[in-house]
Design a binder for this molecule. Sequence first.
Ligand SMILES: NC(=O)c1ccc[n+]([C@@H]2O[C@H](COP(=O)([O-])OP(=O)(O)OC[C@H]3O[C@@H](n4cnc5c(N)ncnc54)[C@H](O)[C@@H]3O)[C@@H](O)[C@H]2O)c1
Length: 344
Amino acid sequence: METLPVAVIGVGRMGGHHVRHYAGLEGADLVAVVDGDEARAASVAQEYGCRAFPSVEALLEGAPEVRAVSVATPTIAHRPAAETLLRAGVACLIEKPLAQSAEDARAISALADEKGVVVAVGHTERFNPVVRAMAEMNLAPRFIETHRVSPMTFRSIDVGVVFDLMIHDLDIVLALANSPLVGVSAVGVNLLGSHEDVCNARLEFENGCVATLTTSRLALKTERKLRVFAADAYVSADYGNRTGIVLTAKDNADRMREIAMRMAAGEDLTGMDWSDVVKARQLELVEEDPLRAELSEFLNAVRGEGKPRVDAHAGCAAVEAAERVVTAMGERLGSGGGPWGGKG
Ligand SMILES: NC(=O)c1ccc[n+]([C@@H]2O[C@H](COP(=O)([O-])OP(=O)(O)OC[C@H]3O[C@@H](n4cnc5c(N)ncnc54)[C@H](O)[C@@H]3O)[C@@H](O)[C@H]2O)c1
């Protein structure tokens, strides 16, 4: 396997995970880290035995051998960093969301196409074993429901919950629905500032699929669930616990026919326990660390082996959908204020 010289731009919380994985990944040679906070860059570089640079420009000058980088700066800095790197022909795995606006995301995506340089977007949830198992089922969803709620962490409060958290589910829903988005409605609540902390969105797709997404960063518990209703199957997955169940029409056809006949004959079935009637099986999972799998797929794409499953176009589509959700929410709220905090 060809070994690629790699670097990480922005070594805060998320960038630190990228550094750790690259350091142990076969076919990756972590040669440098970049951070505007020079002391931070120096400390991470010392820990991992690589070089430290204060900016992308300094990296390109000091370590021109670098072929691939992760961009894990705050989202606002994704576009300037990506543009400089892509112009220099360096492949980028850009953390989610691809950019802070659809305009910026489209600019990155267009530049990647123009330069023919690999861009992957860090929608790590796509590498969650339950999402991978679901993707392999090739479902034709009619209805998708997602819940992603967690307590306030006081991180990423410069953006609303749609760009911070719902973006994960938007990306997954767009991939599962696999059809143009034709309608978006949304309602939100802001409690702590001017950005929404809770949002419920309804997405309609050209092929008739409908998705409802609920996200909150004000909950008292953590829950991340995905349910997909297709004509021939129902799948319920828990992203957090990495478990899922599948009910297929095929597995249940005989039993449903029997129940339908008994109902038609007027039999009283009120004592019957539905969970004993239906035949469910566990989703079969291949356990692999999602971030490690994401980085590995990215480096393979840089070597010319396959394509990233979340490329710049997919990253851009998620940001465009997020922007439509935020716009729809604003229309509903009128002034943009919330019931408790007003305009915040
Ligand atoms: N995939 C996921 O599940 C996931 C989870 C959390 C965060 N993220 C994303 O990762 C990115 C980083 O988030 P975080 O929580 O690690 O932030 P963070 O604040 O912990 O780290 C960001 C780092 O970037 C540095 N930095 C800022 N501007 C820079 C620049 N122009 N050049 C170089 N370094 C710069 C900062 O000094 C800091 O060390 C965000 O886009 C965020 O949305 C993704």
